[in-house]
Structure formats: C-alpha cells, structure tokens
Design a protein. Sequence first.
Lengths: 873, 436
Amino acid sequence: MNRKLIIVSNLLIMGFILFLIFTYANIKAEESYRNEIIAFEKMTMTTNQIIVNYLEDEQHLCDIWANYINNSAKDGTPMTAEEAVSFIRKAKTSPEIEGHLIFPDTPDRSGISTTAKVSNPDVYSVSYKKIDIFDNIENVNGEDGVTCLTRAYTNPMNGVQSIAFVNDVTVQDEGSGEPKKGLLLRVVPLSSLEQKLVFLKGEYENVEISLVDRDGNYVVHGKSFKNSNFFEYYKSYNEASSDEYEDVIREITSGTGTMMIRNVKGEECVLSYTPLESMTTWFLLAYIPEKDLVESRSIDWLLLGISSLGFLALLVFNSFVMMIYNRKLSEAAQQANQANEAKSYFLSTMSHDIRTPMNAILGLNEMILRDSRDDGIRNYSESIRTAGNTLLGIINDILDFSKIEAGKMEIINVDYSFASLLNDLVNMVQKKADDKGLIFNLDIDRNIPTTLNGDEIRIKQIITNILSNAVKYTAQGSVTFSVQARQPEDKTNSVMLKVSVADTGIGIKPEDLDRLFVAFERIEEKKNRNIEGTGLGMVITRRFLDMMGSSLEVESEYGKGSVFSFELEQRVVNPEPIGDFEEAYRRSISERDSYHEKFTAPDARVLVVDDTPVNLTVFTNLLKRTQLQIDTAESGDDGISLYIRNHYDVIFLDHMMPDKDGIDTIREMKNLTDTSNTSTPVICLTANAISGMREMYINAGFDDYLTKPIDAERLEMMLLQYLPADKVTPASEPVSDTASGIDGTDDNEDVMLPDFLYDIKEINTNAGLNYCGDAEDYIMALEMYLSSAEQKAEEIEKYWTAGDIKSTTVKVHALKSASRAIGALGLGEFAARLEQAGNNGDTDTLDKELVELISGYRQLAKDLEPLKDYEES
Amino acid sequence: MKKNLKRLLPLCMAVMLLLQGCGSGSGSGEKAEKPFAPKYDKETEFSLTVAGHYSNFESLEAEFERFYEHYPNASMQYVTMDDYRNVISSALVNSEPPDIFISNTWMIGNEDYDSLFDACEVLSDPSLDIDYSCIRESLVRTTDSGDVVMLPIFTTSYGMLVNMDIFEKEGLKVPENFKELVSVCEKLKSAGYESPMMGVNRFSGSGLFNCFAYPMYGYNVVKHSDRIDALNSFAPSSGELMRPALERLDEFVNSGCIDLAKCDEEITDEYDSVIMRFFEGDVPMMFATGDVVSGTAKRESKSEAFSAHPFKYRFFTAPSGDDGGYYINSDSICFSVNKNSRNIDMANEFMRFLISRKELGNMAALKRLIPPVNDGSPDEIYSSLADVPADRSFSDKEIGLLDPAVRQFRAAIYAVGNGTMTVDEAVAAYGSIPEE
C-alpha cells in the first residue's frame, strides 16, 4: 500500500469518524432543540397560568364589587349610581385601579368614574361613546370563575392603556327610583399585567409575550411585533398563501402549539401559542428568535473542532512514524534487491562460465567415445558423459529457477510431435535405468494424437525431472512411464494427457511430502547424499505445471515407492494416433549400440549454404562417413546458383547470412520454377534454439530446422527422414577397428595439432576440436578461418562505413559463429555482444567497439599465420 | 390660543416657497443632507412610546427598526389610543405619558388642546440640533413666539382617484376643468356608468363635497387674505367668500355627474369602503384625500375584483374651477415631543433622526402619502400634482383658516350638497351652520 493510499485511507476513516461525531452532535442538538422547544412551550403554559391567575383574581375582585351592589338590589335597597361608585371608591385599595359604572343604553355610553379626569379634577363623568369595547365582550356575569374582560383600550379618564373586568350591576335610577342595569368596570392599567411577565426575562432574555384577541388585535404588544394586529403582522413578514394564512389563524385560535415564523429582520423565530384558560377571547403568544434556543449547539461544534484537530495531529504523527519505517523498509528492500540481483547475476554468470567449459568437456568426450576402441577409456569416457550431463542438468535447473523467481519464465506454445517428445524422453531415461539395472516399463496410449500444441520444451523438462528422480531414487525394481489420453468434455480439439511415473523406490514419508516442493530442500539428505541433485527439480516442475494450468499429484508409500502424476490439456493439431510407440522404440533400441554412421548414401546429393566456411567444413566432416555428395555455398546467391544448376535431395540453408539471409534465399528459391528442386526439402540451420522457432521457419517455407552447433546424430536422423529411401543404404554392423577401411581414427592418430596453436591465448583448442570433430578437420577449419579473415574483416568495415547496420550485424554474426567453431570463444562472445547491439539498433556500442572487434579478429588471423608454413610443410 | 398664533405669511412668500417644494428633486440651492450620527452612547438603554390615532403605523415601526441600528438597546412602541382627540390631553399628564405623540394642525386654535400644546417640547430649540430645513416651510407651523412644537410627518391633499383604464377604454381625457368634467361625465353616463363620480357623503375632510369644494374655497380665501381674520371670527357677511365654491358645488351636484343616493348606499365609511368600492373597477372617478390614497396599496390584494382585474389609477385634483383644479398641500399628521417625557433626551434624539429627507421620504413611501420634504412625492400615483400651476397650489397654512372656520365651511357644503340649505342660506348662516 503506497503512502498516498494510506493517507487517503486515514483521511477517509477520520472523515467517517467526524461524520459520526457530526451526526451524533446534530442528533443531540436536534434533541436539545426539541427539549428547548418543549421547555419554551412549558414556559408559555406557565405564563398562561400566571396571567390567568392574575385575571381571575382581578375578575374576582370585580365580582365582589358587583355582588355587593347587586345584593343590595336583591335585598330591595338598591344603591344609586353615586352610592355604588362611592362604595367602590372605598373598596378599592390601589390608586391605579379605577371603577367605572357605565350605562350602555345611554346615547354617550356614559357613567361615573371613581377617579376624576386627569385633565379636569372636577369631572367624574365618563363616556365610552367613541371607545368600542363592549360589543365583543362575552359571558358578562356568566359562569363563576370565567373572566369577563375588555380588550386593551385607552382609559378616557386618564389616557392610560388599560383593561377592564366587567360585571353586570343593578342600581337605582335616581330619576325614576326604578332598578337600572349598568356595567361595572374594574379598570386596571395594562402595565400591571405587563409587570407579571417581567420574571420571564431571567430565563429567556429575548422572549416577548403578547396577548391577542380572537381577531389578532394586540391586548399586550410585544416590542418586535409590528402592526396593531398579529395576523396582519404575520402576513406582512411571512410569505404565505391565503390558505396558509387562514391555517395559521385557525391554528393559533384553536389550541396550544408551536410554529416557526419570520420576524421583521427575516429571522426564524419560535412562536408558542395557547389560549388563556377560562377565557375564549384572548390568546397568549410567546415569541423568541430561534438562535436564542439553539446556542447550546456551539458546544458540539467545539467538540467537533477539537476532535478534528486531534485526528489531524494523530495523522501527522502516524505519517511521520510511517515515513521513518518506510525509509528503513525501503533501504532494506533496496539491499534485498541488490542481493537478489547479485544472486541472479552470480547464477547466470556461473551457469555460463560452467557451461562453456562443459561444452568442451562433453564435446571432446563425445569424440573419445566415437573414436576410442579401448573399453577402459570408453568406460571412463562414459562416466565423464554421465557426470557432465548431470552437471549440465543442475546448471539448467538453477537457470530455470532464477528465471521463474524473476518472473521471466514464459510458456510458449508451439506445434510439436508427441512421438518425438516421447522418443527424447525415453532415450534419456532408458540408458540411466539400464545403468542401474532397473526395468523401465512403457505404457503409452496408442491413441495419443500425433501432433499437439503446447510448450514442448517445458513438458519435456517436467517429465524428464520426474523420470530422472524416479530412476535416481530407485535402487532396484522398476520405473513405469505411462501416458494415457482421453477426450475432455465439450472440447473436441483438445486431448487430456494423464502422465504418470511409478517407481519401486525409497518412497517418501507423508510428513516429508510438503518439503518436496521447497526450493533447495532435499528429503533425507544424509541418507541420499550420494544422489546428485539441487532440490530444485520438483519445484521447477510444479511451477511449470502451475503455469500450464495443471498440478502435480504425488502418491507415495515410504520404502515401497511413489507415483508422480499430472494431467495436462493440449490442443490437438493432427489427431492421427501415434500407434504402438513401445514396439517402435524397442526396435530402435535394439538397433542402437555405440556410435557409427546410420547410413550411407553415395548417390544422394546435398547442398549446404552457410556464410561461415568453418561451419561448412564441420558440416562436411560430420557427414564424411555417409559418403554423401555435399556441395557448399558461402552465400545465398551462390546457393541459388547451385540450386538452379543441380538437383539436390536435401538442402541445408543457414538463416543468418549477410546480403541475402536464409529466409530471402528460400523465398527466391521457391519462386523459381525451372528447376528440379521444387520438391526438395529445405532445412534451416539456426542458432535460435527457442520455442516457436519451428513454426516461424515452417511458415517461411522451410521443411524443418536444425540447431547449431550441429549434433551429428540429429543431423543423420534428419537426413534419414528426408533423403529418398532408394538412395539410402542402412549402415552395416560396425566393423572392428582393424577392419575399418574408412575409420578416421587412424588418420587422426597421425595428425597432431601444431604446437604454436596452444600458445595462442585466444584459442581454446579443446573447444575447436570438439566442434570440428578431429584434429585434421580442426586444422582445415583454422586454415579456412585464416584465409578468409582479411576479406571478412574488410566486408565488416565496408558495411559499417556505408551505414548498413543490418549487413554489418549479419557479418558480425558470421564472425561469432566462425570464431566459436575454431575455439576462439572470447572473440565469439565479443562478436555475439556486438551482434546483439546491432539487432537492437545500438549504433553507439557498435561505433565504440566494432574497431576493437575487427582488430582482435585481425590479430587472431595474424597469430594463425604460421598455419601457412604448417600446410606447406 | 387663537390670538397667540402667528399670523400667516404673505401670500407671495408662501407661493414662492410652495413652488420650491413642488419642484422635482433637490434644488440647486439645497445642501446635501448629513447622515445621522448618534449624539448619545450607542449602548444607552431606553424605551419610548409614540401615541397616535392610526390603528396601524407600519411606516413608523419601520423607522423604529432603523433607529435600533444606531441604538440597539432602545425599545420603541407605537400605541394606538382610543378616542384620541379626547384622551390625548389627559394621556400627556397621566402616570404613563407617551414620549412622542401625533398632533394635528386642526388642533391649533382649539382651547381643548391648550394643555397639549403646553406639554410640547420646543423642537426649534437649537440645543436639540433638530434640522427641519428639509421640510417645506409653508408646512411648518410655529407659535406666535416663533417656536416650532410640531413637525409634519405626512401631508395630504384633496382630489379624486381616477381609473385610467376606463378613460383609456372610453377614449376620454381626464377632465382638467369643470366644463370638461361635466362633458366627460355625460359621456361616461351614456357609456353606462351610472355615477361617473362617487365618494363618501360624510361630514369630514374626506367627504366628497370637501374634496370637490374645499380647494376652490381655499383658493378664494388665499386670494382674499385680508378677509381671513373675518372668516376666522365669523364676521357678518364674511361667508360671502364661500359663495363661489358653494355655487359650483350646487351646480356639480345637479349636473348628473354624481348619484348621491348610490354613494350613500354603496360607500359606508370614509376609508375602507371608499377604496374597496373604487377597486370594483366600475367607478371612473372617486373623491378621495391623500389619507385615503395611502390605504390603496395594502388593499389591492384584499380586493378580489382588483386582484382579478387590476387597473391603473392616479390621483388628480378635483376639476372644480373654470381654469382647472386646485392643489392644497395640508399637513396630515405632525409629531410633537412630550416635554414631560421620562426619556426626553432620547425622544428628541429620535426626532432628530426622523426629521430628515431620507427618513421622511421612507415613511411617506411606505405609507403612500405625500412627504413634507421639499422633494415632493416620488410616488407615481401623485405625479399629476406636479402639473398643477403654481398659482393654484397652496397650503393650509397659507389659507390661514382655523379649525372652527373650516368646520363651518364643511357644514355649509354638507348642507348645500345634500340639499338641506340653499347657497344663500348657507352663506347667510356662516358661523352658525349646524355641524354634525
């Protein structure tokens, strides 16, 4: 996980936690807000009760006055208006409160006041003519405990805003002496009522209390409420449709509740409303800006802020610590990478460095095996071959493992002959089994298709590993190699191969099975220390099978033997069955013994085209005993000329040649019609021994290919395959050394390498001998190398000067091949490196090093010049 | 009180000042108005009460809010007083007196209000720093000692609301003189309008006869300023000055331009009913004062007829004269400060804030009345007033009649208009014509 991803993840987690805190804070704030609203409503109800209590008290006092006056009337001694007012004047205790006795039926709705007019102390008469307060009074002298109250109005006697508690009274008309109905008003300054609401300021600083009547007209007017009517005020400052407006009126005048309104400043405000108890005409409105109720939410913001800062600090700290650890890890990883690179470099270098002399060892050993008639020497030589091949196998395993570890190993599927694959495998293991006295059983399904598509090389490697192990760890008994085929369901063009190798070997303990696939781990190492191996075989096998979509199954009984098996699906290219492979193999094996030419074909004619004269020499010498007629050509054009002039039974064509390479040459050949070679098989000679090459060459028009350095046996087998049968005479049984008329060994014994060759540091004579076969051929190859050196060097210079990178590269390739063939391995490697640079278009490298290569080439030719004297002598 | 009042200024001076007042925008000689700067600590806590007879005073409440911007701890309240005329004097001397109160020019000369004027702060006192130079001088009343105790807040006028859509529809021009009025009314009647002119038939300043005849009478009085004292003292034969206006009224009532019975039946009060009836959309011309016009904007949405079929309307002077109508610019309401206020300094501070071209203009715009400032009204509804010639434009102050004299004229036109007196009888009875 990279640093950015970690930081983003941290931030996301932080964000999530903050979101939770924020949500929680909001929920709590909402809860708090709801509680505030509920508390505010309760305050409204409390206020309601205070006001109601006050009003009821005042009403009660008014009722006492009225009852006293009315009781007089009931007793038959009704008071006059003056007497009634006089009574009230005495009864009232507060100078602010007035009593008005009004006779509504008089034109001016006039009456008498307990208090004189402020502007005229002599006037006690009072008129309500222009003060309309009586029309809307309900329940005058109604039920007990019900307040009968006027709206707020201006007291006509003193101009003070007042309210009046009303009751009916009966007095005596002074004129007629008859009872007369009047209204008794207990007039109380509105400020007295307002003072009852002062206590609220302590709890809610900005609360405002208003009392309105049913029409919305203010009885008590809050400071912020504009207009003389609350409903008009609401309409002025709140956008509402007429229906909504009516709803608001209905809601406020029909019960208790809370609603949101906007004030003159456009602020959201909470309005709590409730009708005054014991009255149906007044409604209490408590109003407060919403922000005053939700101030507590700021505490949550503080918490949120602190949490955010805390998280950020944690993130910074963690990032810092992580940065330090990452730096250490990075350093460790770098060191590990360097170590790994060093290991890989070491392995590849070591492999190469071992393989190079191994080629010489094994090559020379092969010559000994061919030429020696001394059984003792042949036995020694055979041991060398066995040990050498084992060593090569180990090196190859290490190289493969390195590639797998580096992720550079790829599966490359090509068409291949399954019989050929089996042949190689059986050839390889039969000998080993025979050497150990083991019975090697074959159980090959005869219905296996002839040609399949898959990674032939890796499959061969897998089975080789298993078979080799079976032979190695079986002391006596048998090794059975079985391949069965079946048709997978729903796949008509595939075959499922079941490959198994059963042995009667030492077996594996169940607890050791897992260790089988651990690199460099060997089971029971002490016990098996005499058995060669790196501990990589099974690891590589399993990895290859993984890459091919298969897996290795192991069944083993300790001390009795093991069965290794796997199933592998392969695409079918040619479904023709391979037939009875065991029988064919047995026949071939019975014919095999020590090396001798497989056939003679003195009537057959072969053309070989290669720009490297040494290669031509080697090729010719390797086939010397077959008595073939061999024509050679050093260029594509020369080859074409011969192709036109003569009939050939087989043509070998080198791929990499200057001017006209193998592919261009075969294309030109195929285009020629006036020739007897139209059906002659053409085989490509190539050093590119990698999977997929076969397909490429077949597509280019070749019939087959043969890798260089050329394996003599393979070459003969190929010729047997392609030469007309009537021109081939199978070789007779090998004759004794003395009887051999064509045995080159005798010649070789006479030919000795000149001493000066051993003094040339650049030349590895063993490698040269190995490649060329014997001393005579080797000297011939050296002579050809020498004679063509100057010309080849000049050609390279010419192409380079002309800027022809491609031709230069081909010439360098030829130099590489020729140099290796004569044992000039250093120069060959140098040329190989510059060939690679040429293929990559790396002109800088060529520019810097080509001169050195040519110089080395010329120096070697100069060192070889004594050969001329040798030849002459 | 009458004799204490300052005499009216010469007519020529008044006309000149009025011309200034009716001019558009700020004149070249006007100085730029200084923005209000609080005189006291902004944190001062105080409460003020403004008393008046308006049941609603939203334009003043808007000013409270603006004043709070300077004094955020102030608490101001407008209180509507019942039976204002009778109780204001008592209210000023009670235990909870208002700090500022509405006063009217008609109170001048009425003994009932002597105590009210006695309770007034002298607003022209230089120490108060109240700059009322923005107010047209013809509207500023002074005591005979030269003190200013009341400052106009709104002004009004007398005339008629005209449904412009009807005139456009009928292809008629708004009449500019009496002859055109009669002619237009005939055409409107023939077009199906039963009463081309309507108004409320009440004994009040808003009454239809007053809107038609008072400006003509005022013009006549201004032209005969030497008779003003005689008129105010009801001197014998002084009533003759009413004759031209009364005769024109009589002529108008009998011209068929107006159906009084219809007016009595359909218009039941002098404010709401006038406006709502006009908004029905079938009345070409409706007598109205500026105070009535001030209620139109708010009632447009209340009238279903107007909401369904809105129309364009304007205020014009009544074309009672042969040469055209007359424009009287009268004080509608004034503000006075109670010198016994418990917060006298802050009450004066509020007046200092309020008396400015800007604030008075704001109030008038909200109230849809004519501001007393020199700029006149920016409201399009009053746009026709700018076209009235200067010699037919004057103020109440220039007329110089006291309230009793005005009421006698109002009684005369009410009687003549309703046919209870002839013109001659009304002229002869001047000073003793029965009032409402």
